[in-house]
Design a binder for this molecule. Structure first.
Ligand code: HEC
Length: 148
């Protein structure tokens, strides 16, 4: 009897997990993976609202150094490459605290945005956009938003 109950709760838990997962990915505004990491949706070349917002925010501030489409410049690395290896937490850490290149000249500075609400309030969306670029899911240029 006890054992059967265990199997039943197991099935129930799996069911709830699948449901939560489906809900997370059906959300077109600000999708997340089951573990809570910001995710993106690209459907027929169109993106969720969060990713679209991230595109706009990136090109309002970060592109000055990191280049259009996050493809990099002589001054700062291509974030479309960086996000192939940086985790979400790594990404947040650098943007919040900034970073100073300790190389030969040490003149390349990533500013700290931890006190900038325009960036902090949109950090997840900027990550969504950059991750979509890093995964090759999104070509360069202005994406279309799902639902207009
Ligand atoms: C003033 C120029 C400048 C601006 C603006 C800027 N960055 Fe940077 N960023 C840099 C430089 C330079 C580096 C490399 C620093 C180093 O490695 O020492 C860097 C590094 C990074 C890294 C780490 C990359 C890696 O490969 O480890 C991330 C992530 C990042 N920037 C995100 C952002 C985001 C997001 C924004 C916009 C909110 C932004 N940056 C705006 C100059 C800038």
């Amino acid at each position: 009897m006890k054992r059967r109950f265990g199997i039943l709760t197991g099935i129930l838990a799996a069911g709830i997990g699948a449901l939560a997962c489906a809900t997370a990915f059906a959300e077109d505004d600000a999708p997340v993976t089951p573990d809570g990491t910001p995710a993106y949706i690209v459907k027929d070349g169109q993106v969720d609202k969060g990713t679209y917002n991230g595109y706009r925010r990136f090109h309002a501030t970060c592109h000055v150094c990191h280049g259009f489409d996050a493809s990099g410049s002589s001054f700062a690395p291509s974030l479309a490459d960086s996000l192939k290896r940086l985790s979400y937490d790594d990404f947040k850490e650098v943007v919040v605290n900034g970073r100073q290149n300790q190389g030969a000249t040490g003149d390349k500075v990533m500013p700290s945005f931890g006190l900038d609400p325009n960036i902090m309030n949109n950090l997840d969306d900027i990550y969504r956009y950059l991750k979509a670029r890093a995964d090759g899911a999104l070509p360069g240029g202005r994406p279309q938003r799902i639902g207009g």
